[in-house]
Structure formats: structure tokens, C-alpha cells
Design a protein around this ligand. Structure first.
Ligand code: SIN
Length: 488
């Protein structure tokens, strides 16, 4: 389907009310596969952003004092509603984002799992009673919600990047104002609608479709906001971090990645090929943790390249809502230009395209489809080696020994995810420890899980999302020192 996805609202949610921009301004949402106009959503300004902060701030005292199991129950309701409506939400996501329907369905389930995990974690959140050396003192370390959280999410995972932040924020007792990406606000508004149906009190969840600069400047200037969680580019993360300095805003930043994918001679070839395809071509390569640079050891090189080429040729490119499609469009024209630029630069510097390597024109669809591509002869001076391509291109370089592979893999300013395949247990341990990344997939091309600590190092940011780790991002520790008398 997805030709006419069911759009349940195009208004924003502030303090439990569905509102439009005071200016009356809107911006259009279109299907990247067809350029079809899907909806117009409000272009909320500074005043409306402040209204949302006020709503979240006013809702906070009651929400934080609601017992954790009751809060968790409402978060679990929201997960159930997402699962109930998974087909509708998936169709909506494919329409606004372009990814294949099966991937959208996978993302809705993945998104719901973050609410479920947060609902499990919330009531288990504890503080500490720390043994004191002074017999008259008791040391309590309480975990308390930070307060109003601003959440800014990207277009590549329009649902899961919201729930991964919102779930733990709510479960910890925080309230939230969310700004989804310009390109994909409809999934966010659909989740907002479910939040109301789930019974979340007015003001706990507010969703604003807005220009990124207006929203973030307003949030950064308002001292009632105590936490900002952002997933997006490193460049924007750096701007937000500078802006957060004045109010000493707590930050979680999940920024760009540039994952290496290493295949050693002793790898299970079937597993490595399966992992490589899943990891590289998920969401047409528009994933922060997707493999961007392949390093393949000389002994397995020919076999790996041959098998990978055949797998890539079998991928089906097209509109995400069509049967069997595995590669959808890129999100916009700039994204296509970037991929073209990276491939052209690689060819100039001696790279060779083995599969794909060009745009694909599809009858009746937008000119935004890039063929899944296999390219060999990658070298460190290529843009593909240095920058995140965010497209369906697998550039490969041959290597000879383990130290060389690890050095090449670590030769990046980014540090989000890295992958490697080996059947040697000692090498598995050595390489996992040596890779300078926040997430390492050891014989695993798909490490994402709601229970796991997700996040990067270096220019990929800081903070961890998922599992119990996320709960620490949305709570402060309050130290209470109790002086007691030995006797009364
Ligand atoms: C991302 O692209 O950052 C999200 C990927 C994931 O959670 O698996």
C-alpha cells in the first residue's frame, strides 16, 4: 500500500492539545520515492516551543511523583498500541522515509521494544546506600529524574530514535518535548497520538514540527530544559554542544559513524556475507551504524568479493511499498549527490566499480535511486574512506595481517560501530578490545537491541541509549547525608 497512508493527525501536540503554528505557517512532507505530497505540518515558532517547554515543566512535578510502576504501565501501553497499529505505522514510515515496508515494520517493532525495555527498567531503578566511615553518618545516593528533556531526532529512523529516548525519559519521571526531522514528522505525530490514547498525562509528551534552528535555539536558551538528547550529524552535535554551555545542559549525542567491517581469512564466509549485506544495505546505507569501509584479508578476498557481488546484484531497488523491494530511494537530492561525489572521487583515485556505481532511473519514480554498489581498490586518501557516505556503497580494501586491519579500522575520527568476522577465539577477543568504537559486532552485523548500550566514542558522540544504561542519562544522583545520633 503506502500510496495513501493513513495520516491520523498533522497537528502538533502541546499540553495535550492538537495545535497549529500561530503564524499559520506550514511545511510540506513528501514521499522521497515519488515526490508525492503527503501532508502539510505546522512550522512551529519560538513562542510555541516555549509553550511546549511550559507544558512539560508544569507536568513534571506530578509525573515525577507518580509511582514508577504506574509510569511504566503507561509506557507499556504505548508499546502495545504501537504493536497494535504496526501495519499502519509502517506504511506511513515507508511513505515519508522511503525504506522498504518490511524494514519499516521491523523498525516499528524495534521502536516498541524501547518502550517495553523502559517499562521494565523504570521500576527497577534504584539508588545506593553507601557504607560511611563515620558511624554517625548515613550516605544515600538517590536517582532523581533530570526534568524537562528536549529530544531531537533524525529522518533515517523516524520512530525508533524517538522511542529510544522518550521511553527511558518517561520511565525515569522526566517530561519531554520532541522535534522530529523535517523530512519525517508524520511518524512522530502518529506516536504522539498514541501517547494520548495510552493515557499519558497532558504535558508529559509534546511534539513540535519545527525548523531545527528555531527549536534548538529556544530550547538551549531556556533554563527550564535540563537535558538534550540528539541523534544526527557530528557537525550539528558540535553546534548544540556549544549552545548547551550557557545553561550547562546535560547532553546525550549520538552522532555520525563510519563503521569498518573486517573479514579475516578464518571467518565463516556465509555468516560474513550475510552480515555484510544486512549491515551495509539496511535503509539503503542510510544508517549511522552501517558498514562504510570493508577490509578483507587476502586469503579470503576472491571468494568474499565474488559472493558479495552476487548478493548485491540480487537486491531489488524500487519504491519501498512494492513487493520484494530491498533498496528504496535516498532521502533527498543532496544525499544522491553526496554518494555520486564519493564514487566519482574513488574512481578518480584508482577505485574500480564491480557492481552498480550509478543512479537508476525507474519508471514513474523520482530520480533518487542509487544502485547498490560494490567498489574495490579503496585507499585512505578517498572520501569514501574518510567521510560517512550514507548510501548503498560498499568500498573494499584488501589487507594482509591483523595489526594492519585494526590500524586501518581505527584510522577515523568517528567511533560509533565496528564489525569483524573471525572463527578464532583469541583473535575475536584481541580485535574486539583493540577497536576504538562504542559498539563492536563480533561475527554480528546487526548488534542493535533495546537492552544493549548504544552509543559512540570520539566524534560519534557520547551517552548510551538502551537498557539500564539509558536510565542513567535521564537521572541525576542526589547525595543525601543523614546525621544520626548514636542514642536518643
Ligand atoms: C542509527 O542509525 O543510528 C540507528 C541504528 C540502530 O539503532 O540500529
Amino acid at each position: 500500500m503506502a500510496t495513501n497512508p493513513e495520516i491520523t493527525t498533522t497537528k502538533c501536540l502541546v499540553n495535550g492539545n492538537w495545535v497549529t503554528a500561530a503564524s499559520g505557517r506550514t511545511f510540506p512532507v513528501t514521499d522521497p520515492a515519488t515526490d508525492e505530497h503527503l501532508a502539510d505540518v505546522p512550522d512551529m515558532g519560538e513562542g510555541e516551543t516555549r509553550d511546549a517547554i511550559t507544558a512539560a515543566h508544569d507536568a513534571f512535578p506530578e509525573w515525577r511523583s507518580t509511582p514508577a510502576p504506574a509510569r511504566a504501565g503507561l509506557v507499556a501501553n504505548l508499546a502495545n498500541l504501537m504493536r497494535r497499529d504496526e501495519d499502519r505505522l509502517a506504511a506511513l514510515m515507508t511513505a515519508e522515509q522511503g525504506k522498504p515496508l518490511a524494514e519499516s515494520l521491523g523498525e516499528i517493532r524495534y521502536a516498541a521494544s524501547f518502550f517495553e525495555e523502559a517499562a521494565r527498567q523504570g521500576p527497577s531503578l534504584t539508588g545506593d546506600i553507601v557504607p560511611a566511615s563515620n558511624p554517625d553518618q548515613r550516605i544515600l545516593a538517590l536517582r532523581q529524574p533530570v526534568g524537562v528533556c528536549a529530544i531531537i531526532t533524525p529522518w533515517n529512523f523516524p520512530a525508533a530514535m524517538i522511542t529510544r529516548k522518550l521511553g527511558p525519559a518517561l520511565a525515569c519521571g522526566c517530561t519531554a518535548i520532541i522535534k522530529p526531522a523535517h523530512a519525517t514528522p508524520l511518524s512522530a505525530l502518529a506516536i504522539a497520538r498514541l501517547a494520548i490514547e495510552a493515557g499519558l498525562p497532558p504535558g508529559t509528551v509534546n511534539v513540535l514540527t519545527a525548523d531545527a534552528e528555531t527549536f534548538s535555539n529556544t530550547v538551549l536558551a531556556d533554563e527550564r530544559v535540563r537535558k538534550l538528547s540528539f541523534t544526527g550529524s557530528t557537525k550539528v552535535g558540535q553546534i548544540l554542544m556549544r549552545g548547551a554551555a550557557d545553561n550547562l545542559l546535560r547532553l546525550s549525542l549520538e552522532l555520525g559513524g563510519h563503521a569498518p567491517f573486517i573479514v579475516f581469512d578464518d571467518a565463516d564466509l556465509d555468516a560474513a556475507i550475510e552480515g555484510a549485506v544486512a549491515c551495509k544495505f539496511r535503509n539503503a546505507g542510510q544508517t549511522c551504524i552501517c558498514a562504510n569501509r570493508f577490509f578483507v584479508q587476502s586469503g579470503i578476498y576472491e571468494a568474499f568479493m565474488d559472493r558479495l557481488a552476487r548478493k548485491i546484484e540480487a537486491l531489488k531497488i524500487g519504491r519501498g511499498s512494492d513487493d520484494g523491494v530491498t533498496i528504496g530511494p535516498l532521502i533527498n537530492d543532496d544525499a544522491v549527490h553526496k554518494v555520486e561525489d564519493h564514487v566519482a572521487d574513488a574512481l578518480d583515485k584508482g577505485g574500480k566499480v564491480l557492481v552498480g556505481g550509478e543512479r537508476v532511473k525507474l519508471e514513474g519514480l523520482a530520480d533518487r535511486f542509487y544502485a547498490p554498489t560494490l567498489l574495490e581498490g579503496m585507499t585512505p586518501d578517498m572520501k569514501l574512506f574518510r567521510e560517512e557516505t550514507f548510501g548503498p556503497v560498499a568500498p573494499v580494501m584488501k589487507f594482509d595481517d591483523e595489526d594492519e586491519a585494526v590500524a586501518l579500522a581505527n584510522d577515523s575520527e568517528f567511533g560509533l560501530a565496528a564489525y569483524f568476522y573471525t572463527n578464532n577465539a583469541s583473535r575475536l577477543t584481541r580485535v574486539a578490545e583493540a577497536l576504538d568504537y562504542g559498539i563492536v559486532g563480533a561475527n554480528d552485523g546487526g548488534p542493535s537491541a533495546a537492552q544493549a548500550p548504544f552509543g559512540g566514542v570520539k566524534h560519534s558522540g557520547f551517552g548510551r541509549e538502551g537498557g539500564s544504561y539509558a536510565m542513567h542519562e535521564y537521572t541525576d544522583i542526589k547525595y543525601v547525608s543523614v546525621k544520626i545520633k548514636p542514642t536518643d
